[in-house]
Design a protein around this ligand. Structure first.
Ligand SMILES: Cc1cc2nc3c(=O)[nH]c(=O)nc-3n(C[C@H](O)[C@H](O)[C@H](O)COP(=O)(O)O)c2cc1C
Length: 249
């Protein structure tokens, strides 16, 4: 067995998100071919509990940029794909066929979220193999009702995130990752010691940009920049309230 990384593995390790795109057009048939390939991703019971809304019209992208907190790649990309957990299509089929569909609950939604996420990441993998650049936009979570209105999503369809896609303006730089032993556990979960945790984050904490982020944000540690500035509790609480309002299970 070949234990060296294959070319594909090397390409995956060198990838990076793309936020600035060239003007090179992305033809509809190319996008559709990638989506068709991605739709062969594994899906719970082959039910495909997901949908994706493809936005390409400039006016629509302008509106979506506002909803995405002004992120410039929304209007700079060739297409914005908003991936949704979709319990509606399957449950309507069940209704038509006199089947009692039991997905109208948190368990069902969890299944749909997993399915939609696998589909989306397969889209990213195929798109990047085709020379396209992509970036996920999680800002959907900040205004679920706004995305619902903009994309005319009916009951049972929850937007999860968007992916901006287009040809990269420049080759993306791969970003760092934690060492593999931080995320891989052999046979059972090895709860790390404090010293392990410090070792896992050491390279990231000693990178030159860490000192800059800390100084810019007037903080003492990089963890504070992540937890208190970029992803503070208040934002997660607001997202939690938005989810309660949206899901009402
Ligand atoms: C669910 C999700 C949401 C994300 N949301 C955003 C976003 O709103 N804006 C952005 O610029 N990048 C976003 N990203 C991209 C991450 O910042 C990026 O993947 C991470 O920093 C690692 O960098 P890399 O993809 O270049 O390896 C998101 C990624 C994921 C998976």
């Amino acid at each position: 067995m070949n234990t060296k990384p294959t070319n594909v593995a090397a390409r995956f390790a060198a990838r990076g998100s793309v936020r600035v795109f060239s003007d090179k057009p992305l033809e509809n048939n190319v996008l559709d071919n990638i989506l068709a390939a991605a739709s062969h991703a594994p899906t719970t019971g082959n039910m495909q509990l997901y949908s994706v809304v493809v936005s390409r019209r400039p006016e629509a992208l302008g509106q979506l940029r506002k909803l995405h907190q002004g992120q410039p790649c929304v209007t700079g990309c060739q297409a914005l794909l908003t991936f949704c957990a979709d319990l509606r299509r399957f449950s309507r089929w069940c209704e038509l066929r006199k089947a009692d569909c039991g997905f109208d609950n948190a368990g069902g939604m969890m299944t749909a979220v997993v399915d939609a996420t696998i589909f989306a990441q397969q889209f990213v993998a195929v798109a990047e193999e085709c020379g396209l650049g992509t970036v996920y936009l999680g800002t959907v979570m900040y205004d679920l009702q706004g995305f619902r209105r903009q994309l005319e999503l009916p009951e049972g369809v929850m937007p999860l995130f968007s992916i901006a896609v287009g040809y990269p303006a420049a080759q993306p730089q791969p970003s760092d990752r934690l060492p593999l032993e931080a995320v891989v556990h052999r046979e059972s979960y090895a709860d790390p010691s404090d010293a392990d945790i410090e070792a896992f984050y050491a390279a990231r904490e000693s990178a030159p940009e860490a000192a800059r982020f800390i100084a810019e944000n007037n903080k003492e540690t990089l963890a504070q920049v992540f937890a208190e500035v970029r992803y503070p509790r208040s934002v997660n609480m607001a997202v939690t309230e938005g989810l309660k309002d949206f899901l009402h299970f």
